[in-house]
Write a protein that binds this ligand. Structure first.
Ligand code: FES
Length: 105
């Protein structure tokens, strides 16, 4: 599958994604700038924050409680914010557009 990451300045990075991996892992594996994943995917660092395009929000699932704790503390949080380490890639997410916030915390 494929994920399109769009940086805050508009630069696009297309990445190959495998079902079962997280969007964060895909970004890190593909050296996408702006997604760091410092905690390794534990939903504690918040450096994998991004916005899921509305067309794929339902397929990305619900924000979990660990994410909420982090996102509540981010001035850049929006209704479509996710911690990308908490979103598992599935075929339903093929082609998903993921936009990056201006900065990671
Ligand atoms: Fe740390 Fe997602 S990688 S919160």
């Amino acid at each position: 599958g494929r994920i399109i990451f769009i940086a805050h300045d508009g630069e696009q990075h297309a990445a190959d994604a495998q079902p079962g991996e997280s969007l964060m892992q895909c970004a890190v594996n593909n050296l996408v700038p702006g997604i760091f994943g410092d905690c390794g995917g534990c939903a504690t660092c918040g450096t994998c924050h991004a916005y899921i395009d509305d067309r794929w929000r339902a397929a990305a699932g619900e924000v979990n409680e660990d994410e909420l704790l982090i996102l509540d503390g981010s001035e850049h949080a929006r209704p479509n914010s996710r911690l990308t380490c908490q979103v598992t890639f599935t075929e339903e997410l093929d082609g998903v557009i993921v936009r990056l916030p201006p900065v990671q915390r």
